[in-house]
Design a protein around this ligand. Structure first.
Ligand code: SF4
Length: 71
């Protein structure tokens, strides 16, 4: 099913991620590019995202963390 396939490729933290929702602006790249490179790319993309790495290993993710920096 297409829906399930899509969910499998989108980052599991996306629903609570301010980068994904565009409320935390990343100056380095446009949001569409970030989503293509990290958020919607499946595990290979997520693993390259610093914010994802923090979400997996830390109890709290700094509010300003992005795919490129810890805070
Ligand atoms: S890949 Fe990174 S930026 Fe994208 S939704 Fe997941 S934690 Fe947020």
């Amino acid at each position: 099913m297409a829906g399930i396939q899509y969910l499998g490729k989108r980052c599991p933290f996306s629903s609570n991620c301010p980068v994904f929702h565009g409320t935390l602006i990343v100056e380095k790249a446009p949001l569409m590019l970030i989503k293509n490179v990290f958020c919607n790319r499946g595990i290979k993309g997520w693993k390259n995202c610093v914010r994802f790495q923090l979400a997996e290993t830390e109890d709290e993710v700094p509010s300003t963390a992005t795919p490129y920096k810890k805070q």
